[in-house]
Design a protein around this ligand. Structure first.
Ligand code: GLN
Length: 304
């Protein structure tokens, strides 16, 4: 299959349509991003890379980082993670507080904000230098030591993060946050501020397509079984209250972030990342969604 030709066509088609989405504005630093940026990068497990548009430009990966955090938490404490967070899709927006009270501070899943905050609490408890070690882990997945936080973005989100503060305080009142609220929030904002290009992002997600092994040296990061579970969680919860539509139209485990990034994997085949900052009403990249829908339609390479 001529993947380069396919992604070029997708790029042209998506660019010819008017994008009614809006750039995330609740994090002041993210408001500044050029809304016309658009890149696609496909990395296959047989070592090929195909890119088009702004696929080598850094952007804020935001919630996509939650998959890396979950991976590290599972590595550190294994199944005990599931005592503190569930595995059910929430059917609600990523930052909704509604279910948290009914569920007594146990978030529905690790990919909504409340769930990711619990995962951050686990990481803070189990790492000596949480931020440095987390960054090191992500650098290892991406085989790239230049991956870094954007401290300006982290500080910008911290200033306006009233809703995340509400989540974590509510969970703390139920006893599901063990460390100080400030420490966990600081860690969370840093991990969300990590910047990657589409190429770096899809390369880092190849581990989930490769049964938990790093594609560049075959080192096992997580077992095949944990990789399967992470992919199941991503499929069901990665796009929040749009996860059903994403499975329906794209048919891959995928994860979005409010920076406009969207990444998806096909087990044993490939990882693909798209970046376009304009978001739809569910907080997912409009063009990103469309591009992936076209990709699995044209290639017939969905998991279903
Ligand atoms: N840092 C963002 C937040 O906490 C991440 C949300 C997202 O990407 N969906 O609101």
């Amino acid at each position: 299959m001529d993947f380069q030709k396919i992604i070029n066509e997708i790029y042209t088609t998506c660019n010819s349509e008017t994008d009614k989405g809006k750039v995330a504005n609740y994090i002041p630093e993210l408001k500044k991003i050029d809304p016309t940026k658009f890149g696609i990068c496909l990395n296959t497990l047989n070592n090929n890379t195909y890119g088009v548009g702004n696929f080598n430009e850094k952007f804020s990966i935001q919630s996509i980082t939650k998959v890396f955090a979950l991976t590290l938490a599972l590595k550190l404490i294994g199944e005990k993670v599931w005592k503190r967070v569930g595995v059910e899709p929430s059917g609600d927006p990523f930052n909704s507080l509604v279910q948290l009270e009914f569920e007594k501070g146990i978030p529905r899943n690790p990919l909504i904000n409340s769930g990711a905050l619990v995962i951050c609490d686990i990481l803070v408890s189990n790492l000596k230098n949480p931020k440095e070690e987390f960054l090191g882990f992500v650098q290892k997945l991406s085989n790239n030591n230049a991956i870094n936080f954007n401290k300006t973005v982290a500080a910008s989100e911290k200033k306006c993060g009233f809703k995340n503060a509400a989540h974590i305080n509510l969970m703390k009142s139920f006893g599901n946050i063990k460390n100080s609220v400030e420490t966990v929030l600081d860690f969370y904002y840093h991990m969300c501020s990590i910047e990657m290009t589409c190429n770096e992002l899809s390369s880092s997600f190849l581990v989930y397509a490769n049964e938990g092994k790093l594609p560049y040296n075959n080192e096992e990061i997580i077992s095949k079984s944990i990789a399967k579970r992470i992919n199941a969680t991503t499929l069901l919860c990665g796009l929040y209250d749009e996860a059903g539509n994403f499975a329906f139209k794209v048919g891959l485990p995928g994860k979005s972030g409010v920076g406009g990034g969207l990444v998806a994997i096909h087990p044993n085949k490939y990882a693909i990342a798209v970046w376009s900052p304009k978001l739809n009403k569910k907080g997912n990249s409009n063009k990103g969604f469309k591009a992936l829908e076209l990709f699995t339609t044209k290639t017939e390479l969905s998991i279903f």
